[in-house]
Design a protein around this ligand. Structure first.
Ligand SMILES: *Cc1c(COP(=O)(O)O)cnc(C)c1O
Length: 466
C-alpha cells in the first residue's frame, strides 16, 4: 500500500493555544461524569477535539484585522454592506439576510415557504434542518440515492438526489411539495458530494414543475472541490466557478458560516427571490435582530466577509480536503473500517463494523465515540440511531448508518495530531471485541443527541439479548 502523504499547510502558525492529554484515570472519570456523551465533556478535558468543524476554525490574520473595522451601528452598518457584496460576488445571490447561525436561516426559510402539511424533499436529512421543517408543519421526505445508505459503496457522488424518487413525489402532487432541499455535501451520509450534473438535473426537473430548490450551503465549497476532483467536465474549473454555478441552479441557500467561511459564529439566508427575501427580512426582525445584522456583531460580519472570499481560494480548499483524505488513509492503513470515498469535512468510522458484537440497540456509534475519548482523549461524535431521534409515534428512527464522525476543524491541527488520532484508534480497534455498548438513561425531547445521558451495557448482557 502506498504511504499516505499530505500537502504541506498553505499557512504558518502565528499564535498557539495549549492543549493537554488528561491521564487515563481522569478520562475514565470525566467520561462517566459526562454521561458517556461527548457533547457533555468539557473542552478542558479534551486533547484533540474532532467533535465538529462548526465554529471551531482558526481565522486568518486578515480576518482578525477586519474585526477591528466592524461597524456596530444598529441599522445600515457598513459591515453589512461589505458582507452583502462578498456574498453577491462569491455566491452570486442578489439578496442576503444575515442570521446568528445556519439554523436561524433554516427557521426563516421554513416559516416563509412551508404551509402545514406540505412536503420538503431532501437528500437525506440534517438534524436542525429537519427539526425546522417539522416545526413549520412540513413533512420531510428523503430522496437520496440508495448508495448513500451503504458505507461500503465507493460511488463518487453518494450525496446525489435520486431523480426517480424525486419525480415520483412530484408526479403524485407537485403542489404538495414546498421545496426541494439539497444538501451539498451530505453531512449525515459522511460528507458525500452531489455532482453538478445531478444538481442541474434536479434544478431542471423542479423548474419544469414550478417547484423551488434550496441549497444547504454550509460546506458547498467542499462540495465544489469534490466536483473539481471527481467530475471530469469540471477538472479545470476553480472552486469559485463551481460554487457560482451551483448557486445559479437553486432559488436560495441557507448557510452556516461556521463551516466553509472560517468564522466562529454566523450564518445567512441568500436568495435570487425577492418575495423570499422580503418575508425572511421581516421574520428576521422577530427572531434574529434587525435585517442588517441578524444576530451578529458588526465585527462578526466583517470577519465573515473576509472568510467568504478566502474560502474559495483553491489552495485553501485543496489542502482541507487533502487533510481529510490523509486522516482517512492513515485509519484505513490501521485496518479501521471507514466510509469511502472520503468526504469533505470528516472521516466517518463505521461503528457497526468496528463493534460487530453490538446490535443497534446497544448504540454502537455512541459507544464508540465514548471509548475513543476514553482511550486517547480524542473527541468525536455519534451519527447513528441517537442522532436520528424518534418518529411521530415515538419509535426510534433506525438509520442504516451507525457512524462516528472525526471532524477536522479548518486550519487547526497538524499532521502529527492526525497521526496520533489514527494510531490510537487503530490500537482501540485491535481490542474492540471487549468494548461494551451503551443504553440511554436520560433523553431530552428535542435533538436528543446533544444532551442525552448514557450508561454502559456489559458485552455479555448485550450478547445474550442478541
Ligand atoms: C451545521 C449545519 C447546519 C446548521 O447550522 P448551524 O450554524 O449549526 O446552526 C445546517 N446544515 C448543515 C449541513 C450543517 O452542517
Amino acid at each position: 500500500m502506498k504511504t499516505p502523504s499530505l500537502l504541506p499547510e498553505p499557512y504558518k502558525i502565528k499564535m498557539i493555544e495549549p492543549i493537554r492529554l488528561p491521564s487515563a484515570a481522569e478520562r475514565r472519570e470525566r467520561l462517566s461524569e459526562a454521561g458517556y456523551n461527548t457533547f457533555l465533556l468539557r473542552s478542558a478535558d479534551v486533547y484533540i477535539d474532532l467533535l465538529t468543524d462548526s465554529g471551531t476554525n482558526a481565522m486568518s490574520d486578515a480576518q482578525w484585522g477586519a474585526l477591528m473595522t466592524g461597524d456596530e451601528a444598529y441599522a445600515g452598518s457598513r459591515s453589512f454592506e461589505r458582507l452583502e457584496k462578498a456574498v453577491q460576488d462569491v455566491y452570486g445571490f442578489e439578496f442576503l439576510v444575515p442570521t446568528h447561525q445556519g439554523r436561524g436561516a433554516e427557521h426563516l426559510l421554513s416559516k416563509s415557504w412551508i404551509k402545514p402539511g406540505q412536503i420538503v424533499a431532501g437528500n437525506m436529512y440534517f438534524t436542525t434542518t429537519r427539526a425546522h421543517i417539522e416545526l413549520a408543519g412540513g413533512i420531510f421526505r428523503d430522496v437520496i440515492v440508495d448508495e448513500a445508505h451503504d458505507p461500503r459503496s465507493e460511488a463518487p457522488f453518494k450525496g446525489n438526489v435520486d431523480l426517480k424518487k424525486l419525480k415520483a413525489l412530484l408526479d403524485a402532487d407537485s403542489k404538495k411539495v414546498a421545496y426541494v432541499a439539497v444538501g451539498a455535501p451530505v453531512n449525515m451520509a459522511g460528507g458525500q458530494p452531489v455532482s453538478l450534473e445531478n444538481l442541474r438535473a434536479v434544478s431542471a426537473l423542479c423548474r419544469e414543475r414550478g417547484v423551488r430548490v434550496v441549497l444547504d450551503a454550509a460546506r458547498a465549497v467542499e462540495n465544489a472541490w469534490m466536483i473539481h476532483e471527481r467530475e471530469p467536465q469540471c477538472k479545470d474549473w476553480s472552486a469559485a466557478r463551481i460554487l457560482k454555478e451551483m448557486c445559479a441552479l437553486v432559488d436560495a441557500c441557507t448557510m452556516s458560516a461556521k463551516k466553509d467561511a472560517y468564522v466562529n459564529i454566523g450564518g445567512f439566508l441568500a436568495t435570487h427571490d425577492r418575495g423570499l427575501y422580503e418575508a425572511a427580512q421581516n421574520l428576521c426582525v422577530l427572531y434574529e435582530g434587525l435585517h442588517t445584522y441578524g444576530g451578529m456583531a458588526g465585527r462578526d460580519l466583517e470577519a465573515l466577509a473576509v472568510g467568504v472570499r478566502e474560502m474559495v481560494q483553491d489552495e485553501w480548499i485543496a489542502h482541507r480536503l487533502a487533510q481529510v483524505r490523509y486522516l482517512g488513509e492513515r485509519l484505513d492503513a490501521e485496518g479501521v473500517p471507514v466510509v469511502k470515498p472520503f468526504g469533505g469535512h470528516a472521516v466517518f468510522v463505521d461503528a457497526r463494523a468496528f463493534l460487530p458484537h453490538l446490535s443497534q440497540d446497544d448504540l454502537p456509534a455512541q459507544a464508540l465515540a465514548a471509548w475513543i475519548y476514553e482511550a486517547c482523549g480524542v473527541r468525536a461524535m455519534e451519527r447513528g440511531v441517537v442522532s436520528a431521534g424518534r418518529d411521530d409515534e415515538g419509535r426510534n428512527r433506525r438509520p442504516s448508518l451507525e457512524l462516528v464522525r472525526l471532524t477536522l476543524p479548518r486550519r487547526v491541527y497538524t499532521q502529527t495530531h492526525l497521526d496520533f488520532v489514527a494510531s490510537e484508534i487503530g490500537a482501540l480497534h485491535r481490542r474492540a471485541s471487549r468494548l461494551p455498548g451503551l443504553k440511554i438513561v436520560k433523553e431530552p425531547k428535542h435533538l436528543r443527541f446533544f444532551q442525552a445521558r448514557f450508561e454502559p451495557v456489559p458485552v455479555a448482557a448485550a450478547a445474550s439479548r442478541g
